[in-house]
Write a protein that binds this ligand. Structure first.
Ligand SMILES: [Zn+2]
Ligand SMILES: [Zn+2]
Length: 341
């Protein structure tokens, strides 16, 4: 089978690998599509070092069950599934307390184990979620990202009628936009540097979309929400943007750090201010098993997300897609790889 193997920083090799055989409890998928995530790009460029090369990257996997190992009864060959890439051990002290997100032996498909930038991949059956085969592939590849946003939303638990600001309008920022609007956020402000993304944020329902390089977000917030916003969600991973926006939170407001900021950056804000304003500070990392709700939303066509997947590329074009992630931000939102192209 054809596979794109990440071998070292700035290096992906297209290789012909044997078709893997599923072990007990495992499923072999014929990969139909796999989303390109910012994390993949950061791994490729060496900014994030949590992958174990040589490895096939890609954790936003949509595929057709091709073969099943012993003991697999939940899925059958021919069924379409999306995949939760988080694999926990089940026997460490955290897993035994059902705190799987803290598993001491965690592994991710597409980081430490082979992922979806290949024609076939092996996944634990328990990580697969059936998806109606009638769903468009461009939406199917969004399921994994959507599940992470749903996990963040559960943590944030926004009240209906609140006000919010979202930093960034890439795939994650636009999904946040759609979900916050469904929570009847009365005023939704979004910031984004890229033109085409700003118009997508406006089309999704943001009340005001700001280009922070041209306009001070504080002016808009003070105009629309004189006391500040109730919720601030970072979907940009920019420490600088967060530092600029945090003082715009209302008293008792909540900040959710969702975008992944570079390890070496620091905030310089007064804890005394956090105390006086009584700000809640939340983070969201993967709690596993959020995929079913993402599947429910996609199958029931509850969210307008069909146009978020902008580009479809072949395995040979994976490095080009990585380059376009930063170099063609005006044209691309979510890109996906079709390994049969
Ligand atoms: Zn991802
Ligand atoms: Zn564990």
């Amino acid at each position: 089978m054809k596979a794109a193997v990440f071998t070292a920083v700035d290096r992906v090799e297209i290789r012909d690998l044997p078709i893997p055989v599923p072990d007990q409890g495992q499923v072999r998928l014929k990969v139909l599509g796999c989303g390109v995530c910012g994390t993949d790009v950061h791994i490729y460029s060496g900014h994030i070092r949590n992958a174990a090369p040589p490895v096939v990257l890609g954790h936003e996997i949509y595929g057709e069950v091709d073969a099943v190992g012993k003991g697999v009864v939940a899925v059958e060959p021919g069924e379409r599934v999306v995949v939760d890439p988080f694999v926990f051990c089940g026997y460490c002290d955290f897993c035994k307390q059902a705190k799987y997100q803290f598993c001491r032996n965690e592994a991710f498909l597409g980081y430490q184990r082979p992922g979806g930038f290949a024609q076939y991949t092996i996944v634990p059956a328990v990580n697969t979620y059936k998806l109606d085969p009638g769903i468009d592939i461009r939406q199917a590849v969004l399921a994994e990202t959507l599940s992470t946003v749903l996990a963040g939303l559960s943590k944030l638990a926004p009240e209906t009628g609140g006000t919010a600001m979202i930093l960034g309008a890439g795939t994650v920022g636009l999904l946040w936009n759609v979900l916050m609007k469904k929570h009847l956020t009365v005023t939704l402000i979004q910031t984004e540097l890229v033109n085409s993304r700003r118009s997508k944020a406006r089309a999704r329902g943001a009340d005001r979309v700001i280009n922070p390089s041209e306009e001070e977000p504080g002016n808009t917030v003070h105009e629309l929400c004189p006391d500040g916003v109730d919720y601030l969600i970072d979907a940009s991973g920019s420490t600088e943007a967060i530092e600029q926006a945090l003082p715009l939170l209302a008293r008792g407001g909540t900040f959710l750090s969702f975008g992944i900021c570079p390890e070496n950056q620091r905030l310089s804000l007064s804890l005394n201010w956090f105390y006086k304003q009584q700000i809640r500070f939340l983070t969201s990392r993967r709690p596993p098993r959020e995929m079913q709700r993402a599947v429910n939303l996609i199958e029931n066509k509850v969210l307008s997300i069909g146009d978020l997947t902008t580009g479809v590329y072949s395995l040979d074009e994976l490095e080009r897609a990585f380059e376009r992630f930063t170099g063609a931000r005006d044209e691309e939102i979510k890109m996906m790889i079709d390994p049969w192209r």
